[in-house]
Design a binder for this molecule. Structure first.
Ligand SMILES: Nc1ncnc2c1ncn2[C@@H]1O[C@H](COP(=O)(O)OP(=O)(O)OP(=O)(O)O)[C@@H](O)[C@H]1O
Ligand SMILES: [Mg+2]
Length: 403
C-alpha cells in the first residue's frame, strides 16, 4: 500500500502527517504530529534555520511513531503571496487521425500548456489539468480512450517566485531530505474540507490561518482560481493587543474566550475583565468594544477574499457556497459575518473530521494534500517519466469521484 508523508508549514503550527490509501477511497492516517512553528510568517519562510528545525523535529517524531529510522522525503504545501495561478491552454495534434488518445498524449498536451508561460524568475509549483477537449467537442475530465485528431487542455498553472520556492526546498535539504512534490496550500485546504458535492457544484474554500488566508475557488469540477492573502487570525490578536494595551497572550485569550465576529446586538452592559499591561489587576471593559475590533479585521479579510473571487470572474459559478476552515474560522459568529459579505451564497464553517474524533483544527491543508497524493495516484504522474517534483502532474478528477 502506498504511503505518503505531508508537511504543512503554518504560521502557528506545523503538521507532519503520514497516510495510506485504504483502498475504498478513504484515507488511513498512520501518524500525525503537530508542533509549534518557528520562522514562518504569511506563508513565507522568514527564518530558514527555524523552519528547518521545525520540519526536522516534526519528521523525527513522525518517523519514531511509525517505527521508522528516518523519513527522507515529504510532500510540502506551499502558499504565500509569492505563489500565483494562471489558466493556460495546451494543444496537440493526434497522429494518425482518429486514433485512441493515450495517457502519453495527455501528458504531452499538459506539458505543452505549461511550456510557454513560465517567466524566467518564476518556478512551476504545480500544474492542475482542468479539462480536455477532443476535436472541438465538449470539455471532458479524462480523454484517455477516446478517438480523436486534436487534443486540447485547459490547465491551472501555479508558479512561485524562484527564491520563495527554493527556500522551501532548502528547509528540507538542510537536513538531507527532499521535496516529493509541492502542493499549493489553498488547493490542499479546499480538497481537505470541501465535499465532492460542493466541488461538483462549484464552491469556495477560505482557510483562515494564523498569518495568512488561503482562498481556493472550484468551478466546473476542478480548481479554477486560488490565492493567498497575507493576513489571518493573529492579526486580530495583535490589533487587540495594541488597541487594548494587553499582552499578546491576554489578547489571544480574550479573542478565543470572549470574542465574536459580529459586534451588533451585544449589550453595552455586557462586561469582561481585561488585564492591561502595567496594571496591578484586571479591569472591566465593554465586551462590545472587543468584538468591534475583531469584527473590523475579520470583515477586512472577508472583503479582500471576496474581491479576489470577484476578480477571478467565478463568483457566479459557485452555488455550492463558501466553506470556512482554519483556526481563524473557529471564531464565534464567523459564519454570520461571512454571510453578510457573501449574501448571495450559503456559508458554512468546518474542520476536517478525523477518525476517533481527534482535534483537527487547521488540518484541512495537511489532509487535503495527502488525499491529493494518494487518491490521484492513477493519474498522470506515473507516466511523466521525470524524477523531480516539477515533472509530476496530477489532475483532481479521479479523487473527486472517490470522495
Ligand atoms: N477558538 C478560536 N477562536 C478564534 N480564533 C482561534 C480559535 N482557535 C484558533 N484560533 C486562531 O487560529 C489561528 C491559527 O490557525 P491555524 O492553525 O489554521 O494556522 P496555521 O495553519 O498555523 O497558520 P497559516 O495557515 O496562517 O500559516 C490563530 O490566529 C488562532 O488565534
Ligand atoms: Mg494553515
Amino acid at each position: 500500500m502506498k504511503e505518503c508523508v505531508v508537511i504543512d508549514l503554518g504560521g502557528s503550527k506545523t503538521v507532519a502527517l503520514a497516510a495510506k490509501s485504504a483502498g475504498d477511497g478513504k484515507l488511513q492516517i498512520s501518524g500525525m504530529i503537530r508542533v509549534d512553528s518557528r520562522g514562518m510568517k504569511k506563508g513565507t519562510i522568514v527564518d530558514l534555520d527555524g523552519v528547518a528545525r521545525t520540519i526536522d523535529t516534526a519528521l523525527r517524531h513522525l518517523a519514531n511513531d511509525l517505527g521508522k529510522e528516518t523519513i527522507d522525503a515529504a510532500v510540502v504545501t506551499i502558499s504565500g503571496a509569492q505563489v500565483e495561478g494562471v489558466t493556460v491552454q495546451g494543444f496537440k495534434p493526434i497522429i494518425p487521425k482518429n486514433r485512441t488518445i493515450t495517457s502519453q498524449d495527455v501528458m504531452e498536451v499538459v506539458n505543452h500548456s505549461k511550456a510557454g508561460f513560465l517567466p524566467s524568475e518564476r518556478l512551476q509549483v504545480q500544474t492542475v489539468p482542468r479539462g480536455f477537449r477532443v476535436d472541438d467537442g465538449k470539455m471532458v475530465m479524462d480523454p484517455v480512450g477516446l478517438p480523436g485528431s486534436k487534443l486540447e487542455v485547459n490547465s491551472y498553472l501555479i508558479t512561485g517566485q524562484g527564491a520563495h520556492v527554493q527556500l522551501f526546498e532548502r528547509a528540507l535539504t538542510l537536513n538531507h531530505r527532499k521535496v516529493d512534490q509541492f502542493i499549493f496550500g489553498p488547493l490542499a485546504s479546499g480538497l481537505g474540507i470541501l465535499t465532492a458535492d460542493e466541488i461538483a457544484k462549484g464552491a469556495i474554500c477560505i482557510d483562515i490561518g494564523a498569518t495568512k488566508t488561503d482562498i481556493a475557488v472550484f468551478a466546473g469540477g476542478s480548481l479554477a482560481f486560488a490565492c493567498s492573502i497575507p493576513a489571518g487570525g493573529d492579526n486580530v490578536t495583535s490589533d487587540l493587543s495594541q488597541l487594548l494595551n494587553a499582552s499578546l497572550e491576554e489578547s489571544e485569550r480574550l479573542k478565543v474566550a470572549e470574542g465574536q465576529a459580529l459586534s451588533n446586538g451585544i449589550s453595552e452592559r455586557d462586561a469582561i475583565d481585561v488585564q492591561q499591561q502595567g496594571q496591578p489587576g484586571p479591569r472591566p471593559m465593554q465586551r462590545r468594544v472587543l468584538c468591534e475590533i475583531i469584527e473590523s479585521r475579520m470583515r477586512e479579510i472577508g472583503r479582500i477574499a471576496k474581491l479576489q473571487v470577484e476578480k477571478s470572474g467565478y463568483l457566479k459559478s459557485v452555488p455550492g457556497g463558501v466553506v470556512l476552515t482554519g483556526g481563524g474560522a473557529k471564531l464565534k459568529g464567523i459564519e454570520e459575518l461571512f454571510g453578510q459579505i457573501f449574501p448571495e451564497l450559503p456559508v458554512r464553517a468546518g474542520e476536517p473530521r478525523l477518525l476517533g474524533g481527534k482535534d483537527a483544527v487547521g488540518m484541512a491543508g495537511a489532509l487535503g494534500a495527502a488525499q491529493f497524493i494518494l487518491q490521484s495516484q492513477d493519474d498522470l504522474s506515473t507516466i511523466s517519466g521525470g524524477e523531480s517534483w516539477s515533472d509530476k502532474v496530477r489532475g483532481i478528477w479521479s479523487m473527486i469521484s472517490r470522495k
